[in-house]
Design a protein around this ligand. Structure first.
Ligand code: THU
Length: 147
């Protein structure tokens, strides 16, 4: 699997990554995670140049949780933007988290295989994957052309 690992500090983030890191960190503070106590924040940049963020939203009926990634993608779609060109997710402090299987499929819907997904801790540790590496040989919109 193609994977680039970079340890960095938030202050040293590149100009494109910093706004995503800050947006995800801010959204993470609004996470509704009273059951898992595991707040997650996500942010993306759209091809149109917008930055959209989301946090996980849990429910007393546990399976109804929505992931931070899903929230960020919904915010982008609601704004009329069509394509993700960069994505970032921040989970807990111990180690970086990667998007769950369902969210990898959600990313696949709106991002080309080469789009980078930065998986970070709040302290700035980062591991970067491509969408294609996270979900190889994926089913996608182009498979529905017969409709
Ligand atoms: N969670 C996310 O929001 N994104 C992920 O990529 C992994 C998991 C949330 C769901 C749940 O609220 C909590 O983290 C623990 O699973």
């Amino acid at each position: 699997m193609r994977r680039a690992r970079t340890a960095t500090k938030p202050g040293n983030l590149g100009e494109t990554l910093k706004p995503l890191f800050e947006a995800a960190l801010e959204a993470r503070t609004h996470a509704h995670a009273p059951y898992s106590r595991f707040p997650v924040g996500a942010a993306l940049r759209s091809r149109e140049g917008g930055v959209f963020a989301g946090c996980n939203v849990e429910n007393a009926s546990y399976p109804l949780v929505t992931c931070a990634e899903a929230g960020a993608i919904s915010a982008m779609v609601a704004a009329g933007h069509k394509e993700i060109v960069e994505f970032l997710v921040i989970g807990g402090a111990d180690k970086v988290i990667t998007p769950c299987g369902a969210c990898r499929q959600r990313l696949r819907e709106f991002a080309r295989p080469g789009v980078r997904v930065h998986c970070m801790t709040p302290q700035g540790e980062r591991t970067t994957f491509s969408v294609g590496a996270l979900l190889p040989s994926a089913f996608g919109p182009e498979h529905l052309t017969e409709l």
